[in-house]
Design a protein around this ligand. Structure first.
Ligand SMILES: Nc1ncnc2c1ncn2[C@@H]1O[C@H](COP(=O)(O)OP(=O)(O)O)[C@@H](O)[C@H]1O
Ligand SMILES: [Mg+2]
Length: 342
């Protein structure tokens, strides 16, 4: 295995929010499984930059949580053999916080800003010239004595990540050389991730067992790794050394993750949509308040997968449960309820 890159972190409180098991993170592209179209485009940009002996252009990763955006930023840092400085939109409260980080960057360093859609306006405006012209404009002093000073920056690379590309302003989005959308993983890629994690956790898992875990991971590596750990717990407690298909199924049934990868909350969302709102259309805020759930969590985490499964549709008038959602819950579907929509 390749050596772990040293991640120099200015704001360490942010990295602690990341996965609890850093050992499961991929290091180089060779360990980053799946997302082949993103990986090949990114590798091309990296190769071209290296051939020109230049830094990589700023890049943006977007897509639902847990699909590997942060991991990919570290992979890029590893491939380029550069430092990765990590921060996030909410951590950059004042322009001074950003200025302090930017002015410390060395040439080709990567600055990773997670949740970049959550930058305050002032911080975001400081980022524009910092991205485009490698310059920070600072206002020194106050009132009539105030002066603007421009500090030149090294040619660093900004990697932004967001679960909500739609919430980013156009001027910010336009300043990235490329934007990559990460998609849900197929079962084959997830099986490979699961098997790799099992090996690292010194767990004896059969390929059938891995496939069961993969197929219930809602297309998401973070969830796959979590389920691997729960299945491992199950094995430990029941003193089962080799985990096969049957054991994996028993363990995941215990944790109420079904064969679609849906958990009790997914089922509650669908049944609320169907029973309280006659299948919709209903606005996301109304649905969230009926569920006592945060709108952001619903939109970022639950909804993309339910849409992917074909259980929910987004319409201009709100969310609608599809016929598949009714049959998934074993409910009768009456199409006449939404004559104009379906
Ligand atoms: N392509 C991948 N190959 C292997 N493991 C991955 C991959 N993508 C993500 N993971 C695993 O999933 C976890 C979550 O990924 P992360 O990069 O934190 O997602 P995001 O930043 O998009 O929320 C990582 O810790 C890593 O273990
Ligand atoms: Mg992340």
């Amino acid at each position: 295995m390749t050596e772990a890159p040293t991640h120099n972190t200015i704001l360490s409180k942010q990295t602690q929010l990341e996965d609890q098991t850093p050992a499961l993170r991929p290091y180089g592209f060779s360990e980053y499984i799946g997302q082949s179209s993103v990986v090949s485009r990114l590798q091309l940009m990296i190769q071209a930059a290296q051939a020109r002996k230049e830094g990589l252009e700023h890049v943006l990763f977007h897509g639902p949580p847990g699909l590997g955006k942060t991991s990919l930023a570290y992979v890029v840092g590893h491939e380029l053999k550069v430092r990765v400085v990590v921060t996030s939109g909410p951590a950059l409260e004042r322009t001074g916080d950003l200025a302090a980080i930017l002015t410390q960057l060395k040439a080709r360093d990567i600055l990773f800003i997670d949740e970049i859609h959550r930058l305050s306006r002032g911080v975001e405006e400081m980022l524009y010239p910092a991205m485009e012209d490698y310059r920070v404009d600072l206002i020194i002093g106050q009132g009539p004595m105030a002066k603007t000073t421009s500090i030149p920056l090294q040619r660093y690379t900004l990697i932004g990540a967001t679960t909500r590309a739609g919430l980013m302003t156009a001027p910010l989005r336009d300043r990235f050389g490329a934007a990559f959308r990460l998609n849900f993983y197929d079962t084959e890629a997830l099986s490979n991730i699961v098997l790799k994690s099992a090996t690292r956790l010194k767990m004896d898992l059969t390929s059938d067992g891995a496939e069961v875990i993969a197929s219930r991971s809602r297309g998401t590596p973070r969830i796959a790794n979590r389920l691997v750990r729960r299945v491992r717990d199950y094995g430990h407690v029941h003193k089962i050394t080799s985990i096969d298909e049957e054991v994996a199924k028993l363990a995941l049934d215990l944790f109420e993750v079904d064969t679609y990868g849906c958990d009790p909350m997914d089922r509650t969302i669908l049944s609320t949509l169907i029973q309280k709102f006659s299948g919709g259309p209903v606005g996301i805020e109304t649905l969230a308040s009926a569920l006592s759930e945060d709108v952001g969590t619903l939109e970022d985490y639950y909804e993309p997968y339910l849409i992917q499964l074909g259980f929910i549709k987004r319409t201009p008038r709100g969310r609608v449960a599809t016929e598949q959602a009714y049959s998934y819950l074993g409910m009768a579907y009456e199409q006449s309820e939404h004559p104009t929509l379906l």
